[in-house]
Design a protein around this ligand. Structure first.
Ligand code: HDD
Length: 698
């Protein structure tokens, strides 16, 4: 008789689980699934009425069906993530287009054409799981690659640098930004005293401050953000040689942000704006794609950088080490179940595969501990890797056993290694197994709580970022600082922050100081290292980086009874051809009667579908409807806000009447509705030249 082996090699430990049409997971797959059962498989005769002692009497404790149902419900929630609690997930794959075989043995980076399945989760950082999608915040961008050599988790953000240099400060940073512990607010906002107090006392955060105050933290869509692995990692080749690598992923749809007041209005109109956008894109549209790129560099090159690449508050400008695109990251499927997949997915930066290694970045080193640790309390068991979303899709085998919610049934008497009692035990594999890099470094020294002097320059890259921005983006950044610091009650914190800005750029400091109404410019704080003038990096901008496009965007046409159906049809066709979606907005969801007597279905009711939800709008109205809508605040807001958010507006005669009633003075971004090609061309970008006439760019 063959001895049972020590392996438990099933990639799907929940062997009893089957998938049914509609994507729902149903357990106890055998038999007729059309009958409602308890969790024990007992058919239920009545799911509407509990067991009562008499028609008007008390409910009986005996009602185990009621108790099972309520008990399960009572325990449905698990602790939300301490940070990144609000997120949206998607399935997809990574396809390698250029081999890195010279640098690594990792198959995911060497097998050109292979498609590695992956799961992505994109999140905000500060807000709770029920908070809105569009606060000013960094977006987490975590990727789990199910490679043939085990899971590789790349747990990045949409910003390439971080607030702090050492993981020991992370709990303080998070406590400072989260809602204040005595009052329980603000939710999902950095604009409060404790955050800026901590930041003003943490000069190393200044580079990150430039990024979070820029429009990068106001994404238009999760499909239109960049991703960064942030830290330097190592790749290890077959000779054991190590090369540093930074990971980047760039959206094929281009980088695009909203304006600040637009983001605030979106939060009210649709708190799920980003989640809905991704859901609709993945369920109705083509797959969403990013270019996956690397920056590769040697220790010798790193030694020549004017900063320390192991300091996570620094980036390596693309102009210094160019990006090499090596693959495509494609998201093509919305998860079947939010909880089972998006909520239970557990990313850990310590999950890597042979041919990769970490660097000595002290922020990364702390992360290697934190994530596994947090999953234990969040998911409640050391067996969280057995959940289908977390399980490797390659075979896995070891002698780890038991624990809460063990889902597999390991066979045999041997749960140790080495053993002679099994003919085919799982053993180490020196040839293919993971090895830490044989990096050309000697770890010798005197133990201590240390920070390198090369980590002392806190302002040079912050200055480089600010000076690399165009005039509009600099203005947005200054306004954001004024907004945030105006919410800070303590004057000394506001002053301390403006003091830091003086190291970054005196003009920026002056603008923010004036915006805050400070009596005089605060003292410049001592800098631990001289501020360097680094060359501007145009790649750090948003405006101008993306060629104008309508692909993946959303437009609206405001119509009412009596609108010109032919004009609407031409617009709808042209918008579709340009790769955008179009929604018909009208005073009533019940539809409209067009001038030719036909009825047109409507996607959104005017009051609940403001123009902030779209990239450009058209207004096609009969004169009678225009006269009526001109008296409606929602209609006036529709065009006023589109104009204020620098969007293209197409109008027919009725539409122009509404603009006049709303006090909008048409400019080059207001186009005649019949000039369809001109409208499509203009709608591909915002009208930045309009901005100075609308908001003081303080
Ligand atoms: Fe973190 C979650 C990204 C520093 C500790 N982090 C988390 C997520 C992302 C990041 C995207 C959400 C993952 C998901 O969707 O489930 N974190 C980063 C980046 C960092 C970073 C890019 C710096 C470069 N994080 C960082 C430090 C620590 C943590 C320094 C602790 C020492 N992060 C956590 C955590 C979380 C987390 C507490 C909360 C939920 C989770 O891990 O699974 O362990």
């Amino acid at each position: 008789m063959k001895q049972p082996t020590g392996k438990h090699a099933s990639p799907d430990p929940v062997a009893q689980t089957t998938r049914r049409a509609g994507g729902e997971l149903h357990q106890a797959a055998q038999g007729d699934q059309s009958v409602l059962t308890t969790n024990q498989g007992l058919p239920v005769s009545d799911n509407q009425n509990s067991l009562r002692a008499s028609p008007g009497g008390p409910t009986l404790l005996e009602d185990f069906i009621l108790r099972e149902k309520i008990t399960h419900f009572d325990h449905e929630r698990i602790p939300e993530r301490i940070v990144h609690a609000r997120g949206s997930g998607a399935h997809g794959y990574f396809e390698l287009t250029q081999s890195l075989a010279a640098f690594t043995t990792a198959r995911v980076l060497t097998e050109v054409g292979a498609k590695t399945p992956l799961f992505a989760r994109i999140s905000t950082v500060a807000g709770g799981s029920g908070s809105s999608d569009t606060p000013r915040d960094v977006r987490g961008f975590a990727l789990k690659f199910y490679t043939p050599q085990g899971n590789w988790d790349l747990v990045g953000n949409n910003v390439p640098v971080f607030f702090i240099q050492d993981a020991i400060k992370f709990p303080d940073l998070v406590h400072a930004v989260k809602m204040e512990p005595d009052r329980g607010f603000p939710q999902a906002a950095s604009a409060h005293d404790t955050f800026w107090d901590f930041i003003s006392l943490t000069p190393e955060a200044m580079h990150m401050v430039m990024w979070i105050m820029s429009d990068r933290t106001l994404p238009r869509s999760l499909r239109m953000i960049e991703g960064f692995g942030v830290h330097s990692f190592r790749l290890i080749n077959s000779q054991g040689e190590s090369t540093f690598v930074k990971y980047h992923w760039r959206p094929k749809l281009g980088l695009q942000s909203t304006l600040w007041d637009e983001a605030c209005a979106i939060a009210g109109a649709d708190p799920d704006f980003h989640r809905r956008d991704l859901f609709e894109a993945l369920t109705e549209g083509p797959p969403v794609e990013w270019e996956f790129a690397v920056q590769l560099f040697s220790q010798a090159e790193a030694d020549a950088f004017p900063f320390d690449h192991l300091d996570a508050t620094k980036l390596i400008p693309e102009e210094l080490v160019p990006l090499q695109v090596i693959g495509r990251l494609v998201l093509d499927r919305w998860p079947d179940n939010f909880f089972a997949e998006t909520e239970q997915v557990a990313f850990c930066p310590s999950h890597l595969v042979p041919g990769m290694d970490f660097s000595n970045d002290p922020l990364l080193q702390g992360r290697l501990f934190s994530y596994l640790d947090t999953q234990l309390s969040r998911l409640g068991s050391s067996n969280f890797h057995q959940l289908p979303i977390n399980a490797p899709k390659c075979p896995f085998a070891n002698q780890q056993r038991d624990g809460h919610m063990q889902m597999g049934i390991p066979r045999g008497r041997v749960a140790y290694e080495p053993s002679s009692l099994t003919p085919d035990p799982a053993r180490e594999s020196p040839a293919t197994g993971f090895r830490s890099a044989n990096a050309p470094e000697q770890v010798l020294g005197i133990k201590g709580r240390l920070r390198q002097t090369s980590f002392a320059d806190h302002y040079s890259q912050a200055r480089q970022f600010y000076l690399s921005q165009g005039v509009h983006e600099q203005a947005h950044l200054a306004s954001a600082l004024v907004f945030e610091l105006s919410k800070v009650a303590h004057l000394h914190i506001r002053e301390a922050m403006v003091g830091h800005l003086r190291h970054i750029d005196d003009d920026l400091a002056r603008r923010v100081s004036a915006g805050l109404g400070l009596a005089e410019l605060p003292e410049v704080p001592l800098a631990a290292a001289p501020v360097q003038d680094l060359p501007p990096s145009p790649a750090l901008r948003i405006i101008g980086k993306t060629p104008p496009t309508l692909t993946g965007r959303a437009l609206a046409i405001l119509v009412a009874d009596g609108s010109d159906g032919a004009a609407i049809s031409k617009l709808v066709a042209a918008i579709g051809k340009a790769g955008a979606t179009v929604k018909i907005v009208a005073p009533s969801i019940g539809g409209v009667q067009l001038a030719d007597g036909t009825r047109l279905a409507v996607d959104g009711q005017l009051a609940g579908t403001p123009s902030v939800l779209f990239d450009a709008v058209a207004v096609v109205l009969s004169e009678a409807a225009a006269a009526q809508l001109s008296k409606q605040a929602a209609a006036q807001d529709f065009v006023c806000q589109a104009f204020a958010h620098l969007k293209t507006i197409a109008v027919d005669t009725g539409g122009r009447e509404l603009l006049t009633a709303a006090g909008v003075n048409p400019d080059a971004g207001v186009i005649a509705a019949h000039a369809v090609p001109a409208f499509i061309a203009a709608a591909m970008t915002r009208h930045w030249d309009r901005e100075p006439s609308l908001r003081s760019l303080a």
